[in-house]
Design a protein around this ligand. Structure first.
Ligand SMILES: Cc1cc2nc3c(=O)[nH]c(=O)nc-3n(C[C@H](O)[C@H](O)[C@H](O)COP(=O)(O)OP(=O)(O)OC[C@H]3O[C@@H](n4cnc5c(N)ncnc54)[C@H](O)[C@@H]3O)c2cc1C
Length: 362
């Protein structure tokens, strides 16, 4: 029996398995497809701190950025490229906003007609995931369909584990009313160019550093309601990326590869990282939660040893190493003070909405 089984071999799944391994837990990864087909392999992957007004979300991203760049440097340095990023404003109006962002930023300074972050980096996605997955004790290529808790462990087909972590990207494998993942489709292009920069540049789209005659260009954002598996739509968004990249590089580009995937995003962008609450049983036990009463999350009913690591949106490579570290700390009952990523947040929001629904019908 394994200590931890992880469903999904994207960046969320492999970072969870890897952090568990670092804590001495035995791990197995279960992945249904070739991991070159998921969102993680489609990513740029640009690692940068948040550029924008201060918020609790931007603070989370920035803490994660600091942690994750160090994490990759320490463990997967061969795939990390710390090259810096220059952000360019689109127009005067945006420039005024950007000026206010850098005023008290710990990461960005005004430089070279734009805004510069020295520590921004890129990471080779597929190579990193493959290497990270190789540390798991076992890897199964199969679809986790029916999983259930019986005899003090999770059973996923023939695989048994004390803890189960679901990291299935844009697909939720659970039916809990407070969980919702929206998928945002995106394309990243790899293009041959004559010239480029030795750092990343961002204006409307991001362009990675010029390496061996190529650059990475990312990424389009197509809401899933517009996703119709339509090559015309992909073509439209691809043309826009090409145009934007050519405007920045001031030279023609020739696309030689395109990668596609679905980002999984939560309603408020905070990823889901924690133990899964059983909403029905918790509300039956503590009905006054619906009326907005405060309650101790220790009183909630949880699905035994079932955890979620999902919904990292457009920043999976920045957030996941950090949230995975906090997830494993929660599993080991160690202190984790990142409360906003726990599922309590989404559950409470759902409970409050239930309250307003009751008012509507009163
Ligand atoms: C075009 C594009 C560009 C991006 N650029 C960046 C970037 O520059 N920087 C950044 O930080 N992030 C970027 N992102 C976002 C980042 O890629 C995502 O946040 C991240 O990849 C999500 O990882 P994940 O592991 O949650 O999902 P995925 O990578 O989709 O992995 C989920 C895996 O679960 C598997 N799975 C699902 N159901 C089952 C099942 N029942 N049984 C077994 N396996 C299952 C799937 O096959 C899949 O392999 C980008 C995304 C896209 C699409």
């Amino acid at each position: 029996m394994y200590d931890v089984a992880v469903v999904g071999c994207g960046i969320a799944g492999v970072t969870a398995a890897y952090q568990a391994k670092l804590e001495g837990l035995s791990t197995v990864i279960i992945e249904k497809d070739d991991p070159t087909c998921n969102a993680s392999s489609a990513a740029g992957a640009f690692l940068s701190p948040k550029f924008g007004p201060k918020s609790s979300y931007s603070s989370l991203v920035n803490r994660a950025f600091n942690y994750s760049v160090d994490f990759y440097k320490k463990n997967f340095d061969e795939f990390l490229h710390v090259c810096g990023m220059l952000r360019l404003a689109r127009d005067k109006e945006e420039e005024a906003k950007c000026d206010s962002y850098v005023e008290d930023s710990d990461f960005w300074i005004k430089k070279d007609g734009g805004y510069w972050c020295e520590n921004a980096a890129t990471i080779s996605t597929f190579e990193t995931i493959k290497k990270m997955a190789s540390f798991a004790d076992n890897y199964y290529k199969s679809e986790a369909k029916d999983f259930y808790y019986q005899d003090d462990c999770w059973n996923i087909g023939d695989i048994k584990a004390k803890h189960l972590i679901l990291a299935s990207g844009a697909r939720l494998l659970l039916n809990e009313p407070y969980l919702y993942v929206k998928s945002i489709f995106g394309q990243r292009l790899e293009a041959c160019v004559e010239k480029g920069f030795d750092f990343s540049v961002h204006r409307k789209c991001s362009i990675g550093p010029f390496i061996e005659g190529k650059v990475q260009i990312g990424a389009s954002h197509i809401p899933s309601w517009r996703y119709q598996d339509s090559e015309t739509l992909f073509g439209e968004y691809r043309d826009r990326l090409i145009q934007e990249a050519q405007d920045i590089l001031q030279s023609k580009i020739a696309v030689n590869a395109e990668y596609r995937g679905f980002r999984s995003s939560t309603i408020d962008f905070f990823p889901y990282c924690g133990q899964v609450i059983n909403a029905k049983e918790t509300l039956a036990k503590i009905p006054h939660l619906i009326y907005g009463a405060a309650a101790d999350e220790k009183e909630f009913i949880y699905h035994k040893n079932l955890w979620l690591h999902q919904g990292h949106g457009a920043r999976g490579f920045v957030l996941a190493p950090y949230t995975a570290m906090h997830l494993i700390r929660q599993i080991l009952n160690k202190k984790s003070d990142e409360n906003e990523i726990k599922l309590v947040r989404a559950f409470i929001r759902y409970a409050r909405k239930a309250k307003s629904k009751l008012r509507e019908f009163a």
